[in-house]
Design a protein around this ligand. Structure first.
Ligand code: SAH
Length: 363
């Protein structure tokens, strides 16, 4: 069983190669992608437009194995959070956030996270490993199934954000392959504007992404000067703000006309002063930037407090007056710990802190 190829570990190109090695035509890959990602079929015998011989061949050489949903929690605001088992020891979390005009799926890219941001619950869990392609795209598949999409055809997931557990740019190849499947018309068929990769600022990965993909970008900035950012987002010590801004400019040049979102968690008396807002406005002034202010979501043991509504509004005013579109993110799913930065899963830590040299291996 285990030496059979799990087709969920192959992106469209990989599947085409797999079928050619079986002596089959490339369009077979497209047929199978449609069965898996559009119809939700994981049983080869049900793939009725494949010949009987091919179905048997597939049964003998391949499998379609998904991670498993362990629990589902539904918030009073309709947000759903799934705990998903990816191996014997580890679980990740995936969140669905329904709104009037859209449904956003927030997916994880790693088991835990090595970046150790000071205000994030995932960081406190430590880091175990990168997720495989099957585990990343598997979250989208499982959420679609849990929401009834394969039965009803109703599309509840209109947007996908890589804002769950982990740093997507430290798992570059698998994340890019998963994005290809999200965008492929034969698979989930989402528009590139509706798929957002969020990064804390892994500069080599960001420069590569600028060339490789045209998804939307979000940057977890949280501070507009290095002294504070070094503490809040420690990867800033490897890639300080000027270096990050240069990489963002390269991305912007490759994606003319697109807006880049800057996420800024509002921490009381830490990064929410008038002075902070002015610095942020100055930093972003010549970029196609939009700011998302995220009221801090507490978790057990957190040392920070959420900024008051008054200081959030004041901060927003300053940015808006500087001509920067600024939105305060509504906190969703707080009652089930599904809000930004509250995802914890079950992580058996193998390495805790980020080390600069990991980047070289990962991108
Ligand atoms: N590593 C990537 C993907 C995670 S996205 C990144 O950093 O962008 C998760 C978002 O939620 C990030 O912007 C993160 O900084 C923010 N966040 C983390 N902890 C939070 C908390 N306790 N309250 C509010 N937002 C938080």
């Amino acid at each position: 069983m285990t030496d059979k190829t799990n087709l969920l570990e192959l992106d469209p190109e990989g599947l085409t190669t797999f079928f050619s090695e079986l002596g089959e035509k490339p369009y077979r890959a497209t047929q199978v992608i449609k069965w898996i990602y559009q119809q939700g079929v994981t049983d080869f015998s049900r793939m009725t437009n494949l010949s009987k011989v091919l179905r048997e061949k597939l049964t003998n050489t391949a499998r379609i194995s998904l991670p498993k949903i362990v629990t589902e929690q539904v918030s009073e605001d309709g947000t759903r959070k799934w705990l998903i088992r990816v191996d014997r020891q580890n679980c990740i979390e995936t969140v669905f956030i329904p709104e009037n005009d859209r449904g956003t799926l927030c997916i994880s890219s790693q088991v835990g996270c090595p970046l150790d941001c000071d205000f994030c619950a995932t960081a406190k869990q430590g880091f175990s490993r990168n997720l495989g392609l099957h585990e990343i795209i598997g979250q989208v598949w499982l959420a679609n199934e849990a929401l009834g999409h394969f039965r009803t055809g109703e599309r509840l997931i209109s947007n996908i954000v890589l804002m769950g557990m982990g740093e997507p740019l430290l798992n570059y190849d698998n994340v890019l392959s998963a994005i290809r499947l999200m965008l492929s018309d034969h698979a989930f068929g989402l528009s590139r504007k509706r798929v957002t990769l969020s990064t804390a600022g892994v500069v080599p990965g960001l420069k590569k992404l600028a060339r490789d993909s045209d998804v939307s970008l979000a940057i977890s900035l949280h501070a507009a000067h290095d002294e504070l950012r070094d503490k809040l987002v420690p990867i800033n010590r490897s890639y300080p703000i000027v270096t990050l801004m240069d990489a963002i400019r390269i991305f912007a040049e490759h994606h003319e006309g697109d807006t880049i979102t800057f996420e800024y968690v509002m921490l009381e008396d830490v990064n929410d002063s008038i002075e902070d807002a002015r610095k942020l406005a100055k930093l972003l002034q010549d970029l196609p930037a939009k700011v998302n202010l995220i009221p801090f979501n507490p978790f057990p043991g957190a040392e920070y407090k959420r900024s008051t509504l008054e200081s959030i509004n004041r901060f927003r005013e300053i940015l808006m007056n500087a001509g920067i579109i600024t939105i305060t993110r509504k906190t969703r799913g707080g009652d089930i710990d599904a809000a930004c930065g509250q995802l914890a899963g079950q992580v058996v830590t193998r390495a805790h802190k980020f080390q600069g040299n990991q980047v070289g291996n990962a991108v």
